[in-house]
Design a protein around this ligand. Structure first.
Ligand code: GDP
Ligand code: IMO
Ligand code: MG
Length: 458
């Protein structure tokens, strides 16, 4: 089973980091294929917590190659911070590889992300404000700056110059618009002071300073820069297992998610080929990761969202606060209409259900099995029409809950019957077997169903 993709099946934060860490034991190469430091992947080992934003979640194994693929957008300051943090904790990052073709998140991308969100006001997406959207936009516009450009200061300067000019203009316009809006809203704009802020060049956008700063990052990152697609081919040709670690999730997919409330990349399994540089026939398995309930950070439709006691139970017991931004996650019941959609979009071969422990003591369990529109129309499938999705009311199946603490269970047989039935209902509805269940944050708090997969690490 050489190629295995790990993909988020809901709106993110399902526990992909933990599942990657577990499966990485049987792999030689772990590669991130999309997204950037909007991701926050957590691993808990022996009581120690690690949070990764860019570095693949296989890094705790010193003998595995961990690659940041060409499909990732990479903020070098964040990556260097992560590398330094890991080194301080005694983690060897010598096997970290960065694709020379990955695009760089520049300071103007971060500024534009924030300015765009502020401009949208109440209609904002709720992005992580890490510059992800503007960076992918520049990639598509062919104005992007890539990791390889860091290695030649002359080229770097030229490329920054070409990319910078339209950004300065856009930021100036956004700033003027903001002043106007604030004035209209009667927010007492101090004419002189604000004018200066709007028109003075932002020191973060100085061409020379930026070139120097980024060339410096290039020097530090150079030993890690590589042809990461080639590394994947070598491992795959040798019959070794390569893990493709997804970030974000299916319902945040730019094409298939709840647009425009999505991220700016394709987190679905199909994108692993583009973002790592392998072919579709290299992928043998797709493991979807879903929580036993659902969460979402940021704005956008979330049909099963709860604003009651059960939702608070999930928030508190599940510690549903964002790994990257610290924001409270919105919580709700498991949405099987959305999950089945994700199973098909990714053609999953297996499901992992995490955080089952969080549901103990919540009372009876609800799962959404269809939606009903305002006009009374029934939707068995995830509706493609935005307006329908925004107003869809879920219809639930109610299943018995369980009160026992399951954090110590290590086999399916040890779980309460109601927990087993809950899992059985999900697998049946989604049409895919559950192979792994999470019963706590720690690496060992899992239940393998049907045994651990046989991967090849040598
Ligand atoms: P990712 O972005 O998909 O990697 O997920 P995050 O790391 O952002 O969020 C998942 C959170 O749930 C982390 O704090 C994990 O430590 C935690 N977690 C993972 N699996 C389990 C589980 O089975 N039970 C509990 N209680 N927590 C879990
Ligand atoms: P992991 O990999 C949860 C959400 C943001 C916002 C939308 C767009 O940890 O599961 P962006 O900054 O990407 O332009 O924001 O996507 N989002 C995530 N939500 N987990 C993530 O990553 C996310 N990455 C982005 O909250 O709604
Ligand atoms: Mg996360």
């Amino acid at each position: 089973m050489p190629g295995l993709v790990i993909v988020g099946a809901q709106w993110g934060d399902e526990g992909k980091g933990k599942v990657t860490d577990l499966l990485a034991e049987g792999a030689t190469t772990i590669v991130r294929f999309q997204g950037g430091n909007n991701a926050g992947h957590t691993i808990v080992r022996d009581g120690e917590e690690f949070k990764f934003h860019l570095i693949p979640s296989g890094i705790l194994y010193p003998d595995k190659i961990c690659a940041i693929g060409n499909g990732v957008v990479m903020d070098p300051r964040i990556l260097l911070g992560e590398i330094d943090g890991l080194k301080r904790r005694g983690v060897d990052v010598g096997n970290l590889r960065i694709s020379a073709n990955a695009h760089l998140i520049m300071p103007y991308h971060v500024l534009l992300d924030t300015a765009g969100e502020v401009k949208l006001g109440k209609l904002s997406i709720g992005t992580t404000r890490r510059g992800i959207g503007p960076c992918y936009a520049d990639k598509a516009l062919r104005l992007g700056i890539r990791v390889q450009d860091l290695l030649d200061e002359k080229i770097l300067r030229k490329k920054i110059m070409a990319a910078l000019e339209p950004k300065q203009q856009a930021l100036r316009e956004l700033s003027v618009q903001r002043r106007k809006l604030r004035k209209e809203a009667g927010e007492g704009v101090r004419e002189g002071a604000d004018q200066t802020v709007a028109e003075a060049p932002d020191p973060r956008l100085d061409l020379h300073a930026m070139t120097e700063e980024f060339a410096g990052y290039g020097h530090r990152l150079e030993p890690h820069i590589a042809d990461t697609a080639h590394l994947c081919w070598e491992a795959l040709d040798g019959g070794q297992t390569v893990l493709f670690e997804g970030a974000q999730a299916t319902l945040l997919d730019l094409d298939h998610g709840t647009y425009p409330f999505v991220t700016s990349s394709n987190p679905i399994a199909g994108a692993a080929c583009v973002g790592a540089g392998v072919g579709p026939t290299d992928i043998d398995e797709v493991w979807g990761v879903a929580k036993a309930y659902a969460t979402r950070v940021g704005a956008g439709p979330f049909p099963t969202e709860l604003e009651d006691e059960a939702g608070r139970h999930m928030l508190e017991r599940g510690r549903e606060f964002g790994t990257t931004t610290g924001r409270e996650r919105r919580c709700g019941w498991m949405d099987l209409v959305a999950l089945r959609y994700a199973v098909r979009l990714n053609r999953m071969s297996a499901l992992t259900i995490t955080k089952l422990d969080v549901l103990s003591g919540i009372g009876s369990l609800k799962v959404a099995v269809r939606y009903r529109s305002k006009e009374g129309a029934v939707f068995d499938e995830f509706p493609y029409h935005q307006s329908i999705l925004h107003s869809a009311e879920p219809e639930y199946e109610e299943l018995p809950g369980f009160d026992a603490d399951i954090t110590g269970c290590r086999s399916e047989a040890e779980l309460p019957a109601a927990a087993r039935d809950y899992l059985g209902f999900i697998a049946e509805f989604a049409g895919v077997p559950i192979r792994l269940v999470g019963v706590g944050p720690s690496r060992d708090q899992v239940i393998w169903i049907g045994g651990e997969p046989s991967l090849r690490a040598a």
